[in-house]
Write a protein that binds this ligand. Sequence first.
Ligand SMILES: Nc1nc2c(ncn2[C@@H]2O[C@H](COP(=O)(O)OP(=O)(O)OP(=O)(O)O)[C@@H](O)[C@H]2O)c(=O)[nH]1
Ligand SMILES: [Mg+2]
Length: 203
Amino acid sequence: MTRSDDAPAEHVFKLLVTGPFAAGKTSLIQAVSDTPVVETDVDTSGDEASVKSSTTVAMDFGTYAIDDGGVRLLLFGTPGQRRFWFMTDILKGDVDAVIYVIDADASHTHTEAGEAMRALLRDLRVPLVVAVNRCDDPAMAVLLARQLGTLASEMAVPCQLIHRESGREVVVEALLAVLDRLERQGVDMLDPVSRMLQTAGAT
Ligand SMILES: Nc1nc2c(ncn2[C@@H]2O[C@H](COP(=O)(O)OP(=O)(O)OP(=O)(O)O)[C@@H](O)[C@H]2O)c(=O)[nH]1
Ligand SMILES: [Mg+2]
């Protein structure tokens, strides 16, 4: 059955895309969003201007539809610069899962990222997927995620977030983690899950 374009999604999930400065959060949302991305990048100020000329100061917002629109993901991206971290507190309400983006090559950011990530998860208690950007090696992605403090049950996805297909793998993993949790809570999501997996397998 094909859904009409204006049919409301059966299931809407909110994903928080967060992580250190310049990790690739905005890139992920730009890569996967089906709708024009709302961005708030302005010229970077301070020492970090030498790393990247623009930075997110409030939020990114994009969407991603799966299962012919039956499942709709709302992607909220946070700023990475410390002085804008208060935005994470504003954006994190009612999230269904966290995508924590790190840059595999930026090892100087990993200790602080791990502390921030675990504090966020202690607070939110939702599924986590770690997107290990600029990384092609699954074993390395798992190793870096474990160093950040992930649990064995939490997924680490190696990715190149400037590419849509790579970003798509990350958001599908996040959705699977949400659905797995709902299933364990006894929420009947089996139909959307199986349809979604068929869609994912077909592309
Ligand atoms: N080569 C390569 N560059 C990437 C990749 N992902 C992101 N970039 C680049 O890395 C830079 C940082 O990406 P952003 O998406 O702006 O990072 P961010 O996490 O949103 O940064 P802030 O909002 O400033 O914290 C950009 O210049 C991207 O084009 C990737 O997979 N490969
Ligand atoms: Mg950004």
